[in-house]
Design a protein around this ligand. Sequence first.
Ligand SMILES: Nc1ncnc2c1ncn2[C@@H]1O[C@H](COP(=O)(O)OP(=O)(O)OP(=O)(O)O)[C@@H](O)[C@H]1O
Ligand SMILES: Cc1cn([C@H]2C[C@H](O)[C@@H](COP(=O)(O)O)O2)c(=O)[nH]c1=O
Length: 679
Amino acid sequence: MLRIPEFRRMWIQLSLSSLGDWMGLLATTALVTQLQNSFSGQAYAIGSLLIVRLMPALILGPLAGALADRLDRRLTMVVTDVIRFGLFVSIPLIGTLEWLLIASFLVEAVTLVWAPAKDASVPHLVPRERLAAANTLSLIMTYGTAPLAAAIFTMLATISRTLGSSVSFFRDSSVDLALYFNAATFLGSAIVIWGLKGIGRAARPETGPEPGFLASITEGWRYVGHDRLVRGLVIGILGGFAGAGCVIALGRLYVEILGGGDSAYGVLFGAVFIGLAGGMAAGPKLLGDYSRTRLFGVCVTGAGITLVVVAIIPNLVIACILVVAVGAFAGVAWVTGYTLLQAEVSDELRGRTFALVQSLVRIDLLVVLAAAPALVGLIGTHGIHLWGDITVRADGVTVVLLGGGLLAVAVGLFAYRQMDERVGVAVWPELWNAMRGRKPMPTRPRHAGLFVAVEGAEGAGRSTQVELLRTWLAASGREVVVTSGSGGTTTGARLRELLFDPSTRLHARTEALLAAADRAEHVSRVIEPALARGAIVITDRYVDSWIAFQCASRSVDAAELAVLAQWATHALVPDLTVLLDLSADLGMQRRPAGEPAAEPAEESVDEPAEESFREPVDEAGAELLAYRSRVRDGFLRLAQGEPARYLTVDANRPREEIHAEIRAVVASRVERRAVPLGV
Ligand SMILES: Nc1ncnc2c1ncn2[C@@H]1O[C@H](COP(=O)(O)OP(=O)(O)OP(=O)(O)O)[C@@H](O)[C@H]1O
Ligand SMILES: Cc1cn([C@H]2C[C@H](O)[C@@H](COP(=O)(O)O)O2)c(=O)[nH]c1=O
């Protein structure tokens, strides 16, 4: 990574700034105690300093993000570094507690602008596939500079004390030298970043005027709230931090109730950080090409489960081993989540997204650090009598740790569901495959358009609803592509002819492969290019029809067809599948057997063949009715498997009523994708 000159510069800058941050924390906390005489005064002063350092994130976080997205990011970093230099120099020069507190507040406020500008800039300097490695390196420096800062601080304090007797400059305060050194790191950082020409102002979409400052703040919030992936990431990160906050807040008490002392606490604390560092280092390479969104959800959930085990197993040695795993899960999740945010959030929104995440994380930690010990105190220690002589100790620490673990599990699962772009791919087999070093099925990049599939048995009203939807969407001025999921391309139409020709007498697997080929052509030639252009694609039938019909007519396994379909469609899953559900007898009334279907959808290349090649024909119609009922059940089973993606509509209602229901859901999906319709 460090062979990339631009990234190397950024990394040096980050290292200097991080070193400065840690030194600043040490020097200001040391100075604040020197400026007070009494013990209680010193305690209050330290408390005030910590509050003052946390406050800007709560008040100014969103403003800082909007600034980072509007101003030139290189210039923003240079100016903020110079301001921090000036502020740190001013602290020893002015030398009062009041100014120390004001300057600390200002330093934090300025850092809030610097941090999102830095986070949003990294994707401009390294290729997308190396973002994770870049983040690991950055995180190593962010936290790895802490011991270095401590060593330098100790050294400078010793020098000051030694020279204090002979040189008057050092007499007043032994931490002044540390503060000047700290200021110098920021000046160095500004000089380094000045030479970084690859970073500029955030890119804005060419269409539409730039929103005002306040509007751009709410735009950032709305984006985080609406985008499924970002929402999942943010909630996962907050849950992870809440779990970690519980460990930090309760670690000492936990050790104490298990009979340990300070050294055991030290080991426990160290174990978390060893795991964390290991997880961060391993994160980018872990499980090869395994889906990063899934890895994030799995790790947050894994950390939660391990924390639950730590809470319920009252053994210090086991706990010390398990917290390494908690830290490792958290480390992988942090690097992965951070990288996903950088890779998936568009440039013009990235600063605001990072600023919001940073503010929320601080609020989250503040609440957990304050609430966890208070809850422990409230709960106290009780004995729960089970049976005979057996009584279990139920103390506040165990209960709160257990709660923290369960919260992390819930949040991890939620994030997983929100972000999963591999819907339909079983979780455990894929994870197991990745653990054995096998390549996963290809993952899809997120597209700019919206993909809607309309499904339903014969006569359910698909053509009618597709047309109504097309007319409504087209009125908004968006590009709408209507297409047919069976025989929707020139080659697909020829395949469909073959499939519909009763004289071919195809084997079920041959039939499945031909149907797969038809879908592969359709996805790659019609749907994918349209979605990439940002169009709204409506397909009359998609994979579900294939599975429902073939499973009803031949003895094939739906799960096997789903795997084949996933490969054929390049794992393209509709954003919304509308299932028009109609009983088989009503469908028969609307579209009797053998009667030609409606005209093919607009983009279909050839006329579909008219004969229903799989429909059993019997005089009484009982066989046909049973077949169509199986088809209906097949559709319903698919919809039940993924309720979030399906809109199952009772199709035995007036056309306009059905259309209104579909329209409402499509409108909300369009809004979620941040591509407003204006209708
Ligand atoms: N909501 C409705 N109520 C009553 N009749 C309807 C309704 N929607 C559509 N129809 C009628 O039912 C018949 C089938 O409708 P349509 O062609 O839209 O369904 P389809 O699902 O595309 O059918 P196919 O599977 O045969 O292509 C048409 O005669 C249509 O006018
Ligand atoms: C797509 C598809 C269809 N069929 C059957 C279902 C109907 O009876 C006819 C006509 O279908 P259309 O797409 O509505 O024209 O074909 C099938 O058996 N397998 C399929 O994949």
